[in-house]
Design a protein around this ligand. Structure first.
Ligand SMILES: NC(=O)c1ccc[n+]([C@@H]2O[C@H](COP(=O)([O-])OP(=O)(O)OC[C@H]3O[C@@H](n4cnc5c(N)ncnc54)[C@H](O)[C@@H]3O)[C@@H](O)[C@H]2O)c1
Length: 375
């Protein structure tokens, strides 16, 4: 990214939406004039899933738009960015809890995305039953919808289920980087199991609906996405560190700094998700993330400190503290790094944004959304 023309939150978002649309000429072209339902569309990934489709309509397909329905329980209220879009005639908002049968009012849909889940470890450990309900019952209602549509002779064209890299659990060192064929090393009773196991069972549901009922459902396994749209209060590591910077406090490290992750900038990831939805093979799972660099939490904190210094004159440092939550680090994987060859070769997925550029864009975005604690 050229730092001279990308120096505020609005230009970061505009630039990202443009690059997603450029990457999705075929996919958004195929979706133009169709109906797309995004369950959980008010969340972090929804921020670019929804806005990129509407950006496509505005800039490339005014007369034949993608008609987007966002279905969400809006438990944390309707985010300001979504409220700002309600005048867009190609957008419909529906308040609904996905763990209940789908509302009759959703009408015919051609593409469905199931992104409705509590996704932050801090929150899913607080609401484990709701997390399982959204991933299992919510998924089942959507798969049944697709099955019903097929029986009515109005088959859907694609459905995407958001699984997670967490289905691999804490991979053994010889399974790093992790390909889709790795079976995982996962606890079914630990504090993270509500999430990991419901994603695993969700994938089993998808595979069997694809094989037995011909539902064109595909699965995405995201690896640590970050960037604009991720609430600063979400409890994930990048917004936690950035929040410390924005509040002028030292960065608090809750581990010993050694766990490693690869972080994938959200604009790259969202392009990958739409590629899976449109081009992915039914019943198949695709890793979406980046292979390099694998960085430790200590290195990540160092990068956030130095960007904070450059962008906002931050003067803090990194300090270590123990989480008040005794389960914070239990079953927390030590390393997480994907093999993305399958998405690259089958779908043309090609993440481009470097960690330094992505962090800079993210911090500019947080800088422009300071007043909104829920960003
Ligand atoms: N962001 C990542 O790095 C990442 C990594 C792995 C998996 N995922 C998966 O991707 C999907 C989207 O993640 P995200 O980061 O945008 O999460 P998010 O928490 O920001 O957004 C999820 C949205 O789902 C909604 N929701 C939750 N439960 C619901 C219910 N019962 N009924 C209706 N709406 C409900 C929430 O209100 C929220 O708007 C989730 O399934 C998540 O598990 C994300």
């Amino acid at each position: 990214m050229n730092s001279t023309d990308q120096d505020n939150a609005a230009s970061v978002v505009e630039h990202d939406l443009e690059s997603i649309c450029n990457d999705l000429t075929d996919e958004f072209g195929a979706m133009s004039g169709r109906r797309l339902m995004i369950a959980g569309g008010a969340g972090f990934l929804g921020y670019y899933l929804v806005q990129s489709a509407l950006h496509w309509n505005r800039t490339r397909s005014r007369s034949n738009p993608i008609r987007v329905t966002v279905l969400d329980n809006f438990v944390r209220g309707t985010p300001a960015w979504l409220t700002a879009l309600t005048a867009d005639p190609s957008l419909t908002l529906l308040t609904h809890d996905v763990s209940l049968p789908l509302p009759a009012g959703i009408g015919r849909q051609d593409f469905l995305i199931h992104a409705a889940s509590i996704a932050s470890p801090t929150y899913y450990r607080r609401y484990p039953i709701e997390t399982m309900d959204a991933n299992i019952n919510g998924l089942r209602f959507m798969l049944d919808y697709c099955d019903g549509a097929r029986k009515r002779g109005e088959p859907v064209e694609g459905m995407l289920f958001y699984s997670s890299s967490e289905i691999y659990g804490d991979p053994s060192p010889d399974a790093i980087p992790t390909p889709e064929g790795y079976r995982g090393y996962v606890s079914c009773t630990g504090p993270r199991a509500c999430y990991d196991e419901s994603k695993r069972f969700g994938e089993t549901l998808c595979v069997n609906f694809a094989q037995q009922r011909g539902v064109p459902v595909k699965m995405a396994r995201p690896f640590n996405n970050y960037g604009p749209g991720l609430k600063i209060t979400d409890g994930r590591v990048i917004p936690d560190f950035v929040r410390n910077v924005m509040e002028g406090r030292d960065i608090i490290m809750l581990s010993d700094g050694s766990p490693k992750r690869t972080f994938c900038y959200v604009a790259d990831a969202v392009a990958g998700y739409y590629k899976i939805l449109v081009k992915g093979r039914s019943g198949e799972a695709y890793n979406i993330g980046v292979e390099t660099p694998e960085i430790s939490m200590a290195e990540l904190a160092g990068k956030v400190v130095s960007l904070g210094r450059d962008l906002f004159g931050y003067e803090g440092k990194v300090v270590r503290e123990q989480s008040r939550d005794a389960d914070y680090l239990i079953d927390n994987p030590n390393r997480r790094c994907p093999v993305i060859a399958k998405a690259r070769t089958e779908l043309g997925y090609d993440p481009k944004v470097t960690i330094d550029d992505g962090l800079r864009r993210s911090m500019l975005w947080y800088g422009g959304n300071r007043q909104a604690s829920e960003a």
